[in-house]
Design a protein around this ligand. Structure first.
Ligand SMILES: C[S@@+](CC[C@H](N)C(=O)[O-])C[C@H]1O[C@@H](n2cnc3c(N)ncnc32)[C@H](O)[C@@H]1O
Length: 190
C-alpha cells in the first residue's frame, strides 16, 4: 500500500466523496453540509494521504480502521473556515427584517436593555460582524433604548485571530492587515 509520494496520483473527487460519505457520520458530521465545500477538504485529505505514503481513499479508510488516533486528524481536516459578510443573503435579510425587530420589541416590552445573539462557529468573524451591521442599519433607530450584544465563538482559535474577527470584536471596520487580536471568544455590543 505504501509508495513514494512523488509516484502517487491525486485523490479523485468521486473517491474523496466516497471517503467523506463513509467517514463524516462516524465523526458526527453530515455529508449534505460538505457537498458544496468538499474541494477544500479533499485537498487536505489528498495531502494527508500523500504524507502517509498510502495509495488513496480506500487505503486511508483501512488506515483509519487500524489507527484510531487518525480519526482526530481527519476531524481536523474536515473543518471548513469559509465565511463572508452577508454570506447567506436570505437568512441575513430574515434576521435583520424579522427576527431582530421581534427580539428588540420583546426586549423593550420587558425593559431589558440588551438583545443577545450567539454566533456559534463564527470562523473569522464575518457573521457576527454582519449581525452588528444589521442591527446598526436596520433595527437600532427604531429601538434606541436597546443594544445588541454579539457573542462569537469557534472551535478553531487561530481563526479568531483574523482581522475580521478583531474588527467584529472592536466594532470597527474590517481592513486587511489591521491589528490582530487573539481570543477564544469575542464579545461586542452595538
Ligand atoms: C463554514 S464556517 C462558517 C462560519 C460562519 N458561521 C459563516 O457562516 O460565515 C464553519 C465554522 O464552524 C466551526 N465549527 C465547526 N464545528 C464546531 C464546533 N463543534 N464548535 C464550534 N465551532 C465549530 C469551524 O471551525 C468553522 O470555522
Amino acid at each position: 500500500m505504501a509508495g513514494h509520494p512523488a509516484l502517487l496520483k491525486r485523490v479523485k473527487d468521486t473517491d474523496c466523496v466516497g471517503l467523506l460519505q463513509w467517514a463524516l457520520p462516524r465523526l458526527g458530521l453530515r455529508w449534505p453540509g460538505f457537498r458544496r465545500v468538499r474541494g477544500q477538504v479533499c485537498k487536505r485529505v489528498d495531502k494527508r494521504v500523500h504524507t502517509l505514503g498510502i495509495s488513496g481513499p480506500a487505503a486511508y479508510m483501512a488506515y483509519l480502521g487500524d489507527h484510531r488516533e487518525e480519526w482526530k486528524v481527519l476531524d481536523g481536516l474536515c473543518t471548513v473556515p469559509i465565511s463572508r459578510f452577508y454570506r447567506d443573503r436570505a437568512v441575513f435579510d430574515y434576521l435583520g427584517d424579522t427576527v431582530l425587530p421581534i427580539l428588540a420589541r420583546s426586549a423593550t416590552a420587558r425593559t431589558e436593555p440588551t438583545v443577545r445573539c450567539w454566533s456559534a462557529g463564527c470562523a473569522s468573524g464575518e457573521e457576527p460582524y454582519t449581525m452588528s451591521l444589521l442591527w446598526t442599519h436596520r433595527v437600532r433607530s427604531r429601538f434606541p433604548q436597546t443594544a445588541l450584544a454579539v457573542l462569537a465563538t469557534d472551535l478553531d482559535t487561530q481563526l479568531l485571530d483574523r482581522p475580521a474577527m478583531a474588527a467584529a470584536a472592536s466594532g470597527s471596520c474590517p481592513r486587511r492587515g489591521s491589528t490582530r487580536r487573539s481570543s477564544t471568544r469575542a464579545r461586542s455590543t452595538v
